[in-house]
Design a protein around this ligand. Structure first.
Ligand code: PLP
Length: 224
């Protein structure tokens, strides 16, 4: 699969993007849905393709990979959303590269962002499935984390979540409905939920931002 880097099929991506846009337009319940094209595991060419095709944002999971790819694309890239596990010691390297921090899930990350990226726009990631290997703040602690972020000068755009790893549709729907309800309780409009396998459920449950990788670009060349 090493030849995958640099070999994004732009025509195929454009076709899938058109279908996805139609799906989002049809299914939107809370106004226009932002499309974050997840480029992790692909080369900088995926970022450039996302840019040329007018994707609203790109999503990256790994600090070094994100920094290298964005450097390679110069200014010609969509806004960068960081969607992977955030390590406090990597935040510094990402300031100036990342536009929206989607995976903020604990106090140490909030505090580091408040220190290094005053005014940064964030989502608070919620672990809505209780899976211990998943990132995200337990639902009961979300309000406190949102308040801490705000008092640190961060702009909280909404909540973000990842559905259950086993993809069970009932559990996915329950997780998304719970996160949407929690966002509404907190007066937050933004809800980042829905990936390639569960976009429709996310739309039905009121997502405002989907993060789609494989359904746009095909299988990832690396299992990063
Ligand atoms: C990889 C990833 C995605 C995209 O997953 P696909 O199944 O390829 O659409 C979305 N969100 C997060 C947090 C991810 O890590």
């Amino acid at each position: 699969m090493s030849d995958s880097v640099g070999s994004i099929d732009e025509v195929a991506v454009a076709r899938r993007l058109t279908q996805l846009r139609e799906q989002l337009a049809r299914g939107a319940r809370r106004g226009p849905v932002t499309l974050c094209a997840v480029t992790k595991g692909f080369g900088a060419d995926a970022v450039s393709v996302a840019h040329r095709l007018g994707c609203d944002a790109i999503g990256e999971n790994y600090a070094q990979e994100a920094v290298a790819k964005i450097a390679a694309t110069g200014a010609a890239h969509p806004p960068v959303h960081f969607i992977g596990r955030l390590q406090t010691n990597k935040i510094r390297s990402l300031v100036g590269v990342v536009d929206v921090w989607q995976s903020v899930d604990r106090e140490s990350v909030v505090d580091e962002l408040a220190k290094r990226a005053s005014g940064a726009r964030i989502f608070v990631q919620v672990n809505a499935t209780g899976e211990p290997d998943k990132g995200g703040c337990p639902p009961a602690n979300v309000q406190r984390l949102v308040e801490r972020a705000r008092s640190g000068g961060l702009e909280v755009l909404g909540l973000m979540t990842v559905g259950p790893t086993n993809g069970d549709p009932t559990a996915t729907r329950r997780a998304f409905a719970n996160v949407r309800a929690l966002a509404d309780q907190l007066g937050l409009v933004g809800c980042s939920m829905g990936m390639s396998g569960d976009v429709d459920i996310a739309l039905e449950e009121g997502t405002t931002l989907v993060r789609v990788g494989t359904a746009l670009f095909g299988e990832r060349p690396s299992t990063a």
